[in-house]
Design a protein around this ligand. Structure first.
Ligand code: T4K
Length: 401
């Protein structure tokens, strides 16, 4: 078996050796230290480090334009932002929020931390977002809201979801952590639902090291969110809400303002990497590439493939493990499903019969390294490694039969 491999397509003949440095799923955009120091001069002079400083305000104003939304409230991270969004909606304690199991734990934890009950709905096979056609059957008299996730930046079926919500008087919240600058027909994704949350974590295309924001059209949330984000304090003598400390500090805001200037170029670099991945991987049987619907824009946060083990010959897990041997650290976002986590696995809606699509897809998805600094050449090399993994398996299967 070894001989056949060596003669036909061994690692050396295709120029494959592990990367010298680990290749991670992403690397954060960073402005130069000089730029950061320059930007922080005013902060140091004023000694105003947090609590709604000038840079915090400037970032909110700029984000309204970039995200094409009416209102933006920035937070110290996306999770606090989402927690606060749910709090602001005043949903009845113990009521049910229909959501997706195919997401980062924060989405579902925010529901539970608010004293609400998550109810899992299956996902749609192509976009992997909550299946809008399956929401209605989960609605009952205790349902108060729907929390959709624009996973990998792929928009949920926002129109259908709104229709169900309107029929049953439900609130709609979107976790748009992955969807910075995503649009539907030219409209900023943060305009849909009652409130949307964006994450500005270091692993996101646009980041403030840690951070996040809420976007919303209804002005009634401006003051409410302002108070909730700052312990409920209205003024020195009045506390009007059961608030939290969700404030973004000036150092985070400074990084954000500088990064806003960098994301255009970063997106172009990612576009090139995306086209290299597509060119090579589209040729391999058993790999499905994610397609963004025509009327939507890719926010360039993730590059995701789905592996059909039967067709590809190798499972997603084997590819993931084999890539590690080449110093490539792909990620299985989102495996396992949130419905399989200890705190949620007993829920009725966590049953595999309720979530057949999500349970299939969780074993198929693989997020490949995707960031400008990766470069087209390295992206090509990752494709070659994947191709080699497939080929190696094919040869060994042929030899063993
Ligand atoms: N909703 C959704 C749908 C989300 O995906 C997230 C976060 C949230 C809500 C919550 O938003 P935040 O509260 O975080 O704002 C990462 C991120 O930590 C997390 O923010 C993100 N989703 C999730 C999808 O990915 P991990 O556990 O995979 O991160 P970690 O530390 O393994 O980092 C991944 C790779 O990134 C590392 O291997 C190397 C690279 N990296 C990471 C950091 C932190 C760097 O190069 N530099 C860095 O500073 O969760």
């Amino acid at each position: 078996m070894q001989n056949i491999l060596t003669n036909a397509m061994d690692e050396a003949s295709v120029g494959l050796k592990p990367f010298d440095e680990p290749i991670y799923i992403t690397r954060p955009l960073v402005p130069t230290l000089k730029q950061v120091t320059e930007k922080l001069k005013g902060v140091w002079q004023s000694k105003w480090l947090t609590n709604h400083g000038d840079l915090h305000r400037e970032l909110e104003e700029k984000l309204q334009v970039v995200l094409k939304v009416r209102n933006v409230s920035v937070f110290n991270n996306g999770t606090t932002a989402l927690l606060t969004a749910l709090k602001a909606l005043d949903l009845p304690q113990g009521s049910e929020v229909i959501t997706t199991p195919f997401t980062f734990p924060a989405t579902v934890h925010c529901i539970a931390w608010n004293g609400l009950k998550p109810v899992f709905c299956d996902i749609e096979p192509d976009t992997m977002t909550i299946d809008a056609d399956k929401i209605e059957e989960l609605v009952n008299k205790n349902t108060s809201a729907i929390l959709g996730v624009h996973v990998y930046g792929l928009p949920c079926d926002v129109e259908k979801i709104q229709k169900v919500a309107d029929s049953y008087n439900l609130k709609v919240i979107y976790d748009a952590a992955h969807a910075f600058t995503a649009e539907i027909n030219g409209k900023g994704i943060g305009n849909y639902g009652d409130i949307s949350m964006f994450s500005f974590h270091a692993t996101k295309l646009f980041h403030t090291a840690e951070g996040g924001c809420l976007s919303y059209n209804d002005d009634q949330y401006i003051d409410k969110l302002y108070y909730l984000r700052n312990f409920g304090i209205k003024n020195e003598e009045e506390v009007v809400e059961i608030g939290i400390n969700g404030k973004m500090n000036e150092i985070q805001a400074a990084i954000g303002l500088l990064n806003l200037d960098l994301i255009g170029e970063e997106k172009l670099k990612r576009k090139e990497i995306k086209s290299v991945y597509i060119k090579h991987l589209a040729l391999l049987d058993g790999i499905t590439l994610l397609e963004f619907p025509k009327n939507t824009t890719d926010s360039m946060g993730y590059f995701v493939v789905k592996i059909d083990q039967k067709e590809f010959g190798v499972s997603r897990n084997e590819i993931y493990d084999s890539l590690k041997q080449y110093n490539v650290f792909a990620r299985k976002y989102f495996y396992p499903l949130c419905s399989e986590y200890e705190p949620y696995k007993q829920l009725k809606s966590s049953s595999t019969t309720n979530l057949p699509v999500a349970n299939k897809i969780k074993d198929e998805v693989l997020c490949l390294p995707f960031y400008g600094g990766l470069g087209a050449v390295n992206a090509g090399k990752i494709c070659k490694i994947i191709e080699y993994i497939k080929y190696r398996n094919k040869i060994s299967t042929e030899v063993s039969v």
